[in-house]
Design a protein around this ligand. Structure first.
Ligand SMILES: [Zn+2]
Length: 211
């Protein structure tokens, strides 16, 4: 399982710190027990056409024994490219600013990779639009005005939730795509992720619904 923490570092700064990155110790998302740091693993992240090796610490819950990888908010689970690259492409395409090919070239990723992101995101766009709009309201913001185009609606709703969250400590500096990555537990592009939720302090917004 993965948890995402609101990391404000650039990918380069994070990578250069190796294993020394200071990661806040979370509570177990399943049972709220304390966790202990428990090894970790190396993976790659690509940002601005550069691939870097980064260390992902793991924690293990003392209560239920489940271990979680603590992903910095600029990476998505099982995706090489940074969350911002994915977000830039999806945002541009959703806004009708350009096609996938140009958006892909602008962030330096293969066209086919970017096309895969847009397809995957579009499949879940309706659900994401509703969830992020509800999250915006829970955070005291305004409901996003949902549009006929689900892709656009999802991007607008993520923006509305981010605007509402930006008033909370630590989130404003992250930008909307790291925020969206954190809310979805790194699974913004996953086929069958649980519904988005967000843990701030001890409050859990929108707990995942079982289906
Ligand atoms: Zn636990």
């Amino acid at each position: 399982m993965s948890m995402v923490w609101p990391c404000p570092l650039t990918a380069g700064a994070y990578a250069s710190m190796g294993r020394a990155v200071k990661v806040p110790r979370p509570e177990c998302p399943s049972c709220s027990s304390p966790v202990v740091f428990w090894s970790g693993y190396w993976r790659h992240v690509r940002w601005q056409e550069r691939e870097r090796k980064i260390f992902i610490p793991r924690v293990r819950c003392r209560g239920c024994g489940v271990s979680h990888a603590l992903l910095p908010a600029f990476v998505l689970a099982r995706r090489l490219d940074a969350a911002e690259s994915v977000g830039l492409v999806i945002g541009q395409v959703a806004a009708g600013a350009c096609g996938v090919r140009r958006a892909a070239a602008a962030v330096g990723v293969p066209h086919t990779t970017a096309r895969g992101w847009v397809r995957r995101f579009t499949v879940r766009a309706g659900e994401l639009a509703v969830s992020f709009s509800a999250l915006a309201v829970e955070l005291g913001g305004e409901a996003a005005c949902l549009l006929l185009d689900p892709l656009r609606s999802a991007v607008v709703a993520i923006g509305a939730a981010f605007t509402a969250a930006a008033g909370l400590p630590g989130w404003a500096a992250l930008g909307r795509w790291r925020f969206a990555c954190a809310v979805t537990g790194g699974s913004l592009l996953a086929a069958n992720a649980s519904s988005p939720f967000l843990v701030i302090g001890r409050r859990r917004f929108m707990p995942p619904r079982s289906r």
